[in-house]
Ligand binder design. Structure first.
Ligand code: GDP
Ligand code: MN
Length: 390
């Protein structure tokens, strides 16, 4: 679960990480009110959406007057913000963060994530802050420093000292102290809030010699939300893909993808394999959907409805190996969904396993038009053939 920048900054403050003063606004008038309570001009108006790269996409504006402030706010709120991370349709902006402007002297990158191979948290620090860190890592990996954190000892002061004193040119003592304290705060925030990511890009030194988190990003591990009630309450459902949100509501493991073949499968492994055969047959999956072993008829119906309501889907492949989920339950679920929504796209079914005969019979007698595949490879060929015939 992602937090908004303003929410992440509030959390960082609790752990002693300094951030610029700022207030949330949902209209140009509110932005003006916010600015009146802040030092400045200059002020900074920042779109609050769950996507990075806002700066380059026009979602972060430094303004020098009240007129510029209201104009920039209106522009940001008016149309979807398109950045490298939003996709071409962009993301609607419901609120902006108005902050006092900061005189930036130097920009750093500081983040903490879980390193899966090491099975421990790792701090990533770079002098090349403010920029696209993936690009820095690809072009000049020597500029990106990583330090593992032993979960038993936690982040150690010497680790912070080594990173800070490794900087060239070396900042003055006060700045170094502040950098080390921010690293320590980031670690404490990361662990206390069960983060999978905590990122400050850029972490800046101002011309006045202060250290500030100018940007803030926090992702909470979904598996820990049961014990992070306060964080869970910060969830903004408007940021979610509507398809993903609906699937979550019904406990379906669904991820929307870019292709046009809808797939309904039971078992994550079979779902992955199904995506592979779809790709192998030359098409692209529109989703990953694992309805799970113990899916009820209602879950099947909901899953099928979600796939049907996706306008990108040009053909649907149902690939079920009936185990705990019986093929007749699957068939009934599909029929239920078909009753409510007209199926306009070709349907290819590959059923095997428990109660397969009953399942096939239910589908055959339903009047639904579908093609039966005898195995996975044929299923993929059929579904791909359907799409290329369109
Ligand atoms: P992102 O593009 O979504 O990562 O948004 P950021 O919050 O990182 O803002 C983008 C860039 O705007 C930063 O890297 C800064 O260089 C710049 N920026 C943000 N706030 C200020 C500010 O107060 N003063 C100045 N001069 N630049 C700022
Ligand atoms: Mn940033």
């Amino acid at each position: 679960m992602k937090l908004h920048e303003f929410q992440a900054k509030e959390q960082f403050k609790r752990f002693g990480i300094p951030v610029p003063e700022g207030y949330l606004a949902t209209s140009p008038e509110e932005a003006l009110e916010a600015a009146k309570r802040l030092k400045g001009p200059p002020w900074v108006v920042k779109a609050q959406v769950h996507a990075g790269g806002r700066g380059k996409g026009g979602g972060v504006r430094v303004v020098d007057s009240q007129d510029q402030l209201t104009a920039a706010t209106a522009e940001i709120l008016e149309k979807p913000l398109i950045t490298k991370q939003t996709g071409p349709e962009g993301k609607r902006v419901y609120q902006v963060l108005v902050e006092e402007g900061v005189d930036i002297e130097r920009e750093f990158y500081l983040a903490m994530v879980i390193d899966r191979s090491g099975a421990m948290p790792v701090i990533i620090f770079s002098q090349a802050g403010g920029m696209d860190i993936e690009e820095v890592a690809a072009k000049s990996p020597e500029l990106v420093m990583k330090r593992f954190v032993d979960p038993l000892t936690g982040w150690m002061p010497y680790q912070g000292r080594r990173l800070a004193y490794g900087l060239t040119p070396l900042p003055e003592a006060g700045v170094l102290k502040s950098l080390m304290s921010i690293m320590d705060g980031l670690y404490r925030a990361f662990v206390s809030l069960d983060c999978s990511l905590a990122e400050i890009n850029p972490l800046v030194i101002t011309k006045q010699g202060n250290c500030l988190a100018v940007d803030a990003k926090i992702t909470i591990d979904d598996n820990a939300l049961f014990r992070q009630g306060e964080m869970k309450a910060l969830d903004d459902p408007r940021e979610k893909d509507p398809f993903d949100a609906k699937a979550q509501e019904f406990n379906l493991n669904y991820i929307r993808l870019d292709g046009d073949i809808g797939a309904m499968v039971n078992g994550a492994g079979l779902a992955m394999a199904t995506m592979d055969v779809i790709k192998l047959a030359g098409a692209e999956p529109a989703n990953f959907l694992d309805v799970g072993g113990g899916a009820s008829e209602e879950m099947i119906t909901k899953g099928f409805e979600i796939i049907l309501s996706d306008p990108k889907v040009k053909a649907i492949l149902i690939n079920i190996f009936g185990g705990i989920l019986r093929c007749d339950v699957l068939a009934k679920g599909v029929l239920e969904a078909a009753k409510r929504t007209e199926i306009k796209v070709p349907l290819i079914v590959r059923l095997e396993g428990t109660n397969v005969e009953e399942g096939r019979k239910i589908l055959q007698e339903s009047g639904l038009r579908f093609l039966v595949a005898k195995d996975m490879a044929e299923a993929a060929d059929l579904v791909t053939g359907q799409v290329s015939n369109l």
